[in-house]
Design a protein around this ligand. Structure first.
Ligand code: JHZ
Ligand code: ZN
Length: 394
């Protein structure tokens, strides 16, 4: 573990605490046994008062997180698969990808679910994915996959795709430098990430975990990109993961769309401390409301889905197995394991269906529409509960 005394983006030393989520294990480190030993690390978000990047105060070694046991397989959500397929179609036409010469890199492309829609439209499409578990799945899906971290390469790309991956690096400047070095002069980079402004506004404090070293805005990224000759020329707002941005970045374009100008001014509130104070206060309220709800439930409840974010939430609330009996998840790599910290067992979806529980806590609130439309017909009596941004019985 490494204490970060300076801002990952600008190197500034003026860091202020945003929220302290206590001591927590790394979020995707699911346990093989209920009594496995685990190490806890401080989970605190701070903000740089110079460039306004939000980041973690303590880094867990990324090789310890993205390894052969990495359990997050992107293909477990149909909505996400539809999102990436639509992206692929858009990218092929918008960026004029060509079968005879275009090169595409996807960074942290997980199980290859996106590149499999692009690979037959370009000369080379490579998934650069350091987590062996998902890299193997990508390879098996017929996608060229290099099991390694993002770094400068010999071959330059026409398109670099970085979906939900830039937050996953402790060395942010090294990552951005490699983006610039690996891009052809007229190439384009698209970068998706949960927008820190939405995270703060919607009290999505569970998105904060050791795998996410930084929490991005246009405001914090523009000066960092400029150092490496990169510029944001367009942006899309996306509903994914509670509210994300997709930035379009290049070396050659000097224009920008009205959406970029508008976003820059929308992000003004990130410069004042009240937005962070209010966020921390509301997160605390969210925890209290959830604990009150649990204490009023006559019997232990069960949960559905075991996302990384669920672990931040449950560990911050200090919940244990006597309050939540089990959590069901469709990911085979998670079933039979235990949630880090709380040690709640993870079971297959069928166990939840057989139990026909009165209450189910939905930890992946970001997929609630997809999940409820799937489970409601199977569990017509069950009440689905989400805790973020506030307690809601759906
Ligand atoms: P989900 C992920 O975070 C991982 P997580 C990563 N750290 C990242 O950056 C963010 O996304 C943005 C299960 N499930 O997507 C599958 C069902 O069981 O919210 C997953 O375990 N049944 C890279 O982990 C979990 O829910 C279902 O019907 O917080 C969803 O995890 C559906 C739809 C999902 O991400
Ligand atoms: Zn900074």
């Amino acid at each position: 573990m490494n204490f970060m005394a300076e801002c990952r983006a600008c190197g500034g030393k003026h860091l202020e605490l945003v929220i302290n989520l206590g001591l927590q294990p790394p979020s995707n480190a699911y346990l093989n046994a209920a009594n496995s030993l685990e190490t806890l690390y401080p989970l605190r978000a701070v903000r740089c008062t110079d460039c306004h990047l939000m980041q973690l105060s303590h880094d867990v070694d990324s090789k310890q997180i993205f390894n052969a046991d990495y359990a997050y397989f992107s293909s477990n959500s149909k909505e996400w698969l539809a999102h990436t397929e639509a992206y692929a179609k858009m990218a092929i036409s918008k960026f004029g990808l060509r079968r005879d010469r275009s090169v595409v890199y996807e960074i942290g492309g997980n199980d290859g679910h996106l590149l499999k829609h692009i690979k037959d439209h370009v000369i080379r499409a490579v998934n650069i994915e350091p987590s062996k578990s998902v890299a193997d799945a990508s390879h098996a899906a017929g996608v060229e996959t290099w099991c390694e971290f993002w770094k400068p390469q010999q071959m330059r790309a026409d398109l670099i795709i970085a979906n939900n991956v830039m937050a996953h690096t402790p060395d942010l400047r090294g990552f951005v430098k490699a983006l610039s070095l690996n891009l052809k002069p007229y190439g384009v980079i698209t970068i998706e990430f949960p927008h820190v402004l939405t995270l703060l506004d919607n009290i999505e404090f569970d998105t904060i975990y050791h795998e996410h070293y930084s929490y991005f805005s246009l405001t914090a990224l523009e000066p960092l990109f400029a150092k490496y000759g990169l510029r944001v020329y367009d942006v899309d707002k996306l509903p994914t993961h509670g509210g994300s941005l997709r930035l379009y970045v290049s070396k050659f374009r000097s224009d920008e769309t009205p959406a970029v100008t508008a976003l820059r001014s929308e992000e003004h509130s990130l410069k004042s401390h009240w937005i962070y104070d209010l966020f921390a206060h509301k997160a605390h309220r969210c925890k209290e409301d959830f604990l009150t709800f649990l204490s009023e439930c006559p019997a232990p409840i069960v949960a559905y889905t075991a996302p990384a974010k669920g672990n931040t939430f449950l560990n911050y609330c200090g919940v244990n197995r006597s309050q939540i009996k089990f959590v069901a998840d469709t990911t085979l790599a998670k079933q039979g394991k235990f949630l880090p910290g709380t040690r709640i067992p993870i079971v297959a979806e069928q166990e939840l269906l057989d139990l026909r529980p009165e209450y189910v806590l939905l930890l992946a609130w970001n997929w609630k529409h997809e999940i409820i439309s799937k489970l409601r017909p199977l569990l017509p009596e069950t009440k689905f509960v989400t805790a973020i941004p506030h307690l809601e019985v759906l």
